[in-house]
Design a protein. Structure first.
Lengths: 250, 312
């Protein structure tokens, strides 16, 4: 069995993202970048399935600028066997990404495709479901467990109110939740070694696929802020405020 | 020209998020249709037909839909969606699973977690864990979106309203996926997403037992739902479906009480629209205080029982 994992390069989750002065976009120049946290879970799970003997090859793929190579190096350092960069300077959105990933899937013919459940920059949470639709295969989103069976995988999904278990016939698309696993720590020697591994590069334009954006970002702004809080000295004072001032308790 | 809403229900009644989606749908000033899919859905279809602002209910009833799969629901929406200008659902686990699939099948982009509908194709939605709000315009003729339920009021029920209910068949069902089972986390507390009061705890509670012993009596007194940070969930103190935040549930209750929570943006993304926020933390510099209306710099293990007591 072969697994394809899609990884995205995003602003590190600890960075406080700023706006450009004209409010047209966020200013991420110079911001610390890294692999989308959920995609790290996706790679980890693929590696664990390989270590359990279910998988012969783990291939990582990313779409974007040449600089996105660094997240592929990270995936290789974790233990991925191969890495593919689909290079483009064009702004990508989930539908375009899903279309390009479909082309990669057609070339690579993986049995299982793992994505993150959500990219922490656009917070869209769409690409996996879109890819499954375009491929005409089953989807298992927000998964916290996966097991390999004959010709299918069984996945546990995190849903409102509990969990759900599905059997997905292969090939299938699944999206990783944070609780799927604890990603391994990348050791420096592995990172050094990963720097030497080749990265297969395609130019997105050569795919002849329309991946142009359907959504135009008009402006960005900071969300409404709250007034600074009032420090209270006692529980009695708090009860009083909630009861008589805010009237939120009886 | 109409708006199609994917209804969400638990097999007996509609989720409150669906009532909120109906309010969001009014922005287009087009007839609003609601798709109710499931098994033995007659009562639910009637419930939907009585919501103010609903012009038609499309009911799909089949045993195979008792545990709806994204593949089948997406196909139903595509079939029902023919002359609709907008396909809309709440941004819940159910909506998030289905709508991107629908958008891709219909070859259009999708907007997730919309907090404001500015114009017929223009929306505000949070990005970067809610630290930025982007205004986005779609170029597609058909709009597919999920809305953040807590940003819209619930539509009211008018017993006089009885929108026509039309039946739709299930044509084929997916051969790719089989439903195997589910686990429901049983709780005596109200549903997190729609509770009027939420009491949330962090890693500092220390154990699953203390999480309950300390927080449950307060939640009970306030008829509140329990919530948790990801750190508390990861530590096994609370079930994952009560995680509040960027990657959990977004809530905006009348009153949110944050107990021993540091206030990471990933957490505040999911609660900072609450009407009144109270924080209890023994660190005078805790970030959570910046989004709170009132805060106590105090030890939670003394303060929470005292607060429970003071509520009488
Ligand atoms: C991709 C990603 C997604 C994430 N999504 C979410 C999400 O959806 N929701 C979420 O919550 N987090 C999320 N996180 C995690 C988030 O970044 C924080 O790590 C988490 O919210 C911290 O939880 P906490 O406040 O319980 O723990 P801590 O940050 O450890 O804070 C504990 C707090 O308790 C206080 N305290 C300790 N003891 C006491 C006491 N006796 N009395 C009073 N106060 C006390 C401390 O002063 C401290 O402020 C995400 C992280 C990542 C990387
Ligand atoms: N540019 C990209 N390259 C590769 N994978 C991506 C890219 N963008 C998104 N993905 C995948 O799609 C998932 C969900 O992203 P999103 O739909 O944008 O929230 C991510 O976690 C990745 O696995």
């Amino acid at each position: 069995m072969k697994i394809l994992v899609a990884v995205k390069r995003v602003v590190d989750y600890n960075v406080k993202v700023r706006l450009k002065p004209d409010g047209s976009d966020v200013d991420i120049a110079g911001a610390k970048m890294g692999i989308n946290p959920f995609d790290e879970n996706a790679i980890e799970e693929a590696l664990r399935l390989k270590e359990r003997g279910h998988v012969s090859e783990v291939v990582a793929v990313t779409l974007g600028m040449a600089a996105c190579q660094d997240v592929l190096r990270h995936a290789l350092a974790m233990g991925a066997d191969r890495a593919i960069l689909v290079e483009t300077d064009v702004l990508l959105q989930p539908l375009g990404i899903a279309r390009l990933l479909k082309a990669v899937v057609e070339r690579e013919q993986p049995d299982l495709i793992i994505l993150g459940k959500q990219a922490i920059d656009d917070d869209a949470g769409q690409t996996g479901q879109m890819l499954a639709a375009l491929l005409g295969v089953g989807q298992g989103t927000f998964i916290s467990a996966v097991d390999v069976h004959e010709g299918e995988v069984h996945v546990t999904r995190e849903v409102d109110g509990g969990t759900e278990t599905l059997a997905l016939r292969l090939p299938a698309v699944v999206t990783a939740d944070l609780r799927l696993n604890e990603p391994r720590y990348v050791k420096l020697p592995n990172l050094m070694m990963a720097k030497k591994k080749p990265i297969q590069t395609y130019q997105a334009v050569d795919f002849g696929i329309d991946a142009s954006p359907h959504l135009k970002q008009l402006t960005v702004a900071n969300p409404p802020t709250r007034k600074p809080g009032i420090k209270l000295d006692s529980v009695q004072e708090l009860v009083e405020k909630l009861r008589t001032e805010k009237k939120v308790i009886g | 020209m109409s708006v199609l809403i994917l209804a969400e229900h638990d097999g007996h009644t509609l989720k409150q998020a669906t009532y909120r989606a109906v309010t969001a749908a009014q922005h287009w000033q087009l007839p609003v249709h609601v798709l109710v899919a499931g098994h033995t859905t007659a009562a639910i279809a009637q419930e939907a037909a009585a919501i103010q602002g609903v012009a038609q209910v499309i009911q799909v009833d089949a045993a195979v839909l008792a545990h709806p799969l994204a593949e089948d629901i997406a196909d139903l929406l595509v079939r029902a969606g023919g002359d609709h200008t907008v396909i809309l659902a709440a941004h819940t686990a159910f909506g998030k699973n289905v709508l991107p699939r629908v958008a891709a099948l219909l070859d259009v982009a999708m907007l997730s977690d919309v907090v404001t509908i500015v114009g017929p194709k223009t929306y505000v939605r949070p990005i970067y864990a809610g630290s930025i709000y982007a205004t986005v315009e779609s170029i597609d003729a058909l709009q597919v979106l999920t809305i953040r339920a807590s940003s819209f009021a619930a539509a009211s029920v008018s017993p006089g309203n009885a929108a026509p209910i039309v039946m739709m068949d299930v044509s084929t069902t997916t051969a790719h996926v089989r439903w195997l089972g589910q686990v429901h986390n049983v709780s005596e507390r109200p549903e997190l997403a729609s509770a009027r009061v939420v009491v949330s705890g962090g890693r500092s509670l220390g154990s699953a037992e203390k999480f309950q012993v300390v927080l449950a009596p307060l939640a009970e007194k306030l008829d509140a739902a329990l919530g948790a940070t990801r750190a508390a969930v990861d530590a096994g103190f609370a079930p994952n479906d009560i995680q509040v935040g960027q990657t959990g549930t977004v809530v905006a209750p009348e009153l949110y009480i944050a107990v021993g929570i540091s206030g990471a943006v990933q957490h505040t993304a999911g609660m900072k629209d609450s009407k009144v926020i109270v924080a209890i933390n023994h660190d005078a510099d805790a970030a959570i205080f910046q989004v709170s209306d009132y805060y106590l710099v105090a030890d939670l293990f003394e303060t929470v029982p005292a607060l429970t007591e003071a509520l009488g």
